[in-house]
Design a protein around this ligand. Structure first.
Ligand SMILES: Cc1cc2nc3c(=O)[nH]c(=O)nc-3n(C[C@H](O)[C@H](O)[C@H](O)COP(=O)(O)OP(=O)(O)OC[C@H]3O[C@@H](n4cnc5c(N)ncnc54)[C@H](O)[C@@H]3O)c2cc1C
Length: 416
């Protein structure tokens, strides 16, 4: 392997691999430096192992889902919009399907196919890659070259030179996948600053311990209202998941992003378990169910109304004697059950640690990067791509879209 390259990319995540493939396809010599044993470790955990590659929307719609610095991404998104991302993956053997909310997945439902296809393209375009090597330093020599020092698992160091340096080291979430924030230090040494880094898109920790009993339960179409001091802060309808620590799932992740600067003191998550039914209709529905199960115990008469694992919790919180025979349940008891199902309340303690977040808010400030090229405004021939940049988006395939689009633009913009 040679030691000098036209381009060195630090980080073989989606952004770094896309940057490397794009630069190598233009016949630049490219080296990718990756600290983990394999490229794209984080891709493997995306979309619950299915990888929501992008969102089949036009650029303005993508930008509406970017929470931090959407306009900075204008050129990158137009250079490599979702339509081109989809076309690209289909062209490299990853057939895609578009699901609810225009979310695009590999038809195989396997994130590993996305990762492997990118690795194959690196090889096809003759980009070199060294794994299990952490970039620990990058300096510009008097000759104008950048010298990147890497350190392997045995603490042996080596140095590689390059004309263009693309930093695509990701953010600070799921650090076991390699995104440990070490790219920030490299950027800082090259003169960059870092905006405050926070975990965005996290589940919510709840006070109630019973949530663990329902772990894994997904409520597909519920309405969530998060309140603070009894005032509503956020309301959304969609899918909610119970976990061992509290609640998660798309609407909770989105709520956490809007509540990123909230201290969560006196916060409650109020779930309308039956948003499609108003109170009167729900009362009638419960009455019909009780009549159908007239001789059954109350605790055994809710099967058609609620998912199995939620029933004991609802029964307990309703205060109705579970042994009571269904046709003996009073009107008042049914009314209180309606109230409970429409206002099922959980106490929110906090968001989660940055390591458990889906994406990082913060990073390289966008005013230090040229949006048309991804080149640093402070240090010529240095480029940034992906989550290291202070841009983050909601769930739906938008964060990988940012990674692919900025990666493409950075790789397309390197020059000699
Ligand atoms: C659980 C989970 C699910 C997600 N699901 C989705 C989804 O379905 N759709 C979506 O759009 N987004 C999803 N995301 C977000 C998305 O995965 C990230 O935004 C995206 O991976 C960022 O890409 P990146 O290339 O910038 O960084 P990363 O994917 O973090 O890659 C950075 C790479 O750089 C390497 N690296 C870091 N520092 C160094 C160093 N000093 N030297 C050498 N190598 C280094 C790391 O090992 C890593 O391989 C999910 C995130 C998580 C955590």
């Amino acid at each position: 392997m040679r030691n000098n390259y036209d381009v060195i990319v630090i980080g073989a995540g989606p952004a770094g691999m896309m940057a490397a493939i794009t630069a190598a396809s233009k016949k630049f010599s490219v080296l990718v430096i990756e600290q983990k044993k394999q490229a794209g470790s984080k891709i493997l955990v995306t979309g619950k192992g299915r990888c929501n590659i992008t969102n089949d929307s036009d650029v303005p719609d993508v930008m509406k889902n970017v929470m931090t610095n959407p306009s900075f991404l204008y050129s990158a998104l137009y250079a490599f919009p979702p339509s081109k991302i989809i076309e690209y993956f289909n062209s490299i053997g990853v057939e895609t399907v578009t699901e609810r909310g225009r979310r695009v997945f590999p038809k195989s439902n396997k994130a590993i196919d996305v990762r492997d296809a990118l690795v194959t393209q690196l090889q096809k375009n003759k980009a070199d890659i060294i794994k299990l090597n952490k970039a620990v330093d990058a300096v510009r020599g008097n000759d104008g070259f950048f010298y990147v020092t890497v350190c392997d698992e045995f603490n042996v160091t080596d140095t590689y030179g390059c004309i263009n340096l693309i930093i695509a080291t990701g953010g600070m979430t799921y650090q076991s996948t390699g995104s440990d924030g070490s790219g920030y230090g490299i950027a800082q040494k090259l003169g960059h600053s870092i905006t405050e880094v926070k975990g965005a898109l996290t589940g919510l920790l709840t006070k109630e311990k019973w949530v663990a009993e329902t772990m894994g339960l997904t409520l597909k179409n519920v309405s969530l209202t998060v309140t603070k001091d009894d005032k509503p802060l956020y309301k959304e309808q969609g899918e909610l998941l119970f976990t061992h620590f509290g609640i998660s799932g798309p609407i909770v992740l989105t709520a956490s992003r809007y509540l990123l600067d909230t201290d969560y003191k006196n916060c409650k998550a109020i779930i309308d378990i039956k948003p499609a039914l108003d109170e009167q209709t729900l009362y009638k529905r419960i009455t019909a169910d009780m009549e159908k199960n007239a001789s059954k115990k109350y605790a055994n008469s809710l099967d058609a109304l609620l998912p199995k694992s939620l029933i004991p919790i609802i029964v307990k919180q309703s205060g109705i004697n579970p042994e009571k025979i269904s046709n003996q349940i009073s009107k008042d008891e049914k009314r209180s059950l309606v109230k409970l199902l429409k206002n099922f309340t959980i106490t929110v303690k906090s968001g989660m640690d940055i390591n458990d977040a889906i994406v990082t808010k913060g990073g390289i400030p966008v005013d230090e990067i040229n949006p048309s090229t991804m080149e640093s405004k402070l240090c010529k021939h240095v480029f940034f791509a992906g989550e290291i940049i202070d841009c983050d988006a909601l769930t739906g395939g938008y964060n990988l879209t940012i990674a692919f689009s900025t990666g493409f633009l950075a790789g397309d913009s390197v020059y000699l």
